[in-house]
Design a protein around this ligand. Structure first.
Ligand code: KG4
Ligand code: ZN
Length: 332
């Protein structure tokens, strides 16, 4: 069975061809990142225009690289939310037009669930239940998947973790997106140089990242002329702290639920420290931690195709009245 995945929820425009849910034949991603860089963040209007201008080309390229024709496609899976309304509508309209003209079934899927599903593409027996950690520029979520359902256990009460990385980097005059830049700088810094205190939060598994951003702001002001040489140390201390909170959250969920599988996903799952600390946690606790290959941490259509394939096998598909859900929650 050949599934076409379409992902246009934010600044990436992606189409993928997936064979039988486990073989990625192509996964083309066109990013509009460079166009947003001068603004220090994603500009929705620019993102949707980029999607509109590029989707046909990305689709053609995905088919060509997979060595397939339109008539080979058995199912279309498209992101229906959460995300930017304009960008989402480009992918959904494209999916519907293709579905209508070629009489191919389609299914709208949840982008957050797809980030976790990215881990299962080449897994022969996927876990039936797991702890999920979704970390990106827009989301920070701890969930439990059980009996085919997602339950939110915790999340950020303010900024997303990727957003905190981006803002901290901006305060230090570094580029956008800040995550990969700080991750790189952290490798040559001393993480013990600066201490950031953990904010008090009511929710057992909730996070807060706005306080540490303010702490970085104060540090930048206080350091003045000395900022330059301390940047790697701030990056390392910041990274050590926020990744520590995330890993601690996963550990506490494990201690409470004894769920033996952990899946992570989203842009921040490319973070080197998060990846190594979670591997260590897995070894220490004797649990299996699924970490996506770097190529599947960014927004991509292969994960969308995989989730749609799974849904379709469960008898789920969409009708033409399906539309974009910019604030779609996990499990819906
Ligand atoms: O999932 P994503 O591509 O887009 C959404 O926000 O949905 O995630 C992008 C986020 C950005 O905030 C970026 O700074 C962060 O992921 N990121 C990282 C790393 N690579 C990307 N954060 C920390 N360490 C990284 N290596
Ligand atoms: Zn994403």
């Amino acid at each position: 069975m050949i599934t076409l995945g379409i992902e246009t929820s934010c600044d990436e425009t992606s189409c993928a061809i997936l064979e039988n849910g486990d073989k990625i034949l192509s996964n083309i991603i066109s990013s509009s990142l460079e166009k947003h860089q001068p603004f220090g963040g994603v500009v929705p209007e620019i993102a949707s225009r980029h999607a509109l201008e590029n989707i046909q080309f990305v689709f053609d390229e995905a088919l060509a690289q997979a060595g397939k024709r339109i008539d080979d496609i058995d199912l279309i899976s498209v992101t229906r939310g959460p995300g930017l309304i304009g960008s989402l509508l480009v992918g959904i309209s494209f999916a519907k037009a293709l579905s209508f003209s070629k009489k191919i079934r389609f299914v709208g899927v949840n982008h957050l669930e797809a980030h976790l599903e990215a881990n299962l593409i080449a897994v022969s027996t996927p876990p039936k239940s797991y702890i999920g950690l979704i970390v990106s520029g827009g989301h920070t979520l701890l969930v439990r998947f059980q009996n085919g359902k997602y339950e939110k256990l915790g999340g950020t009460i303010d900024d997303a973790v990727g957003e905190a990385y981006d803002k901290a980097a901006k305060l230090m005059g570094l580029g956008y997106p800040g995550g990969p830049i700080l991750d790189q700088l952290a490798s040559v810094g001393d993480y013990k140089r600066f201490k950031f205190t953990k904010p008090k939060i009511d929710g057992e598994f909730d996070f807060s990242f706005s306080g540490i951003k303010t702490a970085v702001l104060h540090l930048v002001r206080d350091l003045g002329q000395n900022l330059e040489k301390e940047i790697p140390n701030i990056a390392a201390s910041f990274q050590h702290t926020v990744i520590g909170w995330l890993v601690d959250g996963v550990r506490r969920v494990y201690e409470k639920t004894e769920e033996e599988h952990v899946l992570i996903g989203g842009g921040v799952s490319a973070n080197s420290l998060l990846r190594s600390r979670l591997k260590e946690l897995g070894a220490e606790m004797g649990i299996t931690v699924y970490i996506p290959p770097i190529s599947l941490t960014v927004d991509n259509a292969a994960m969308i195709a995989r989730l749609g394939y799974d849904k379709f096998k469960q008898g789920i598909s969409s009708e033409f009245d399906m539309s974009a859900s910019p604030n779609l929650k996990i499990g819906l």
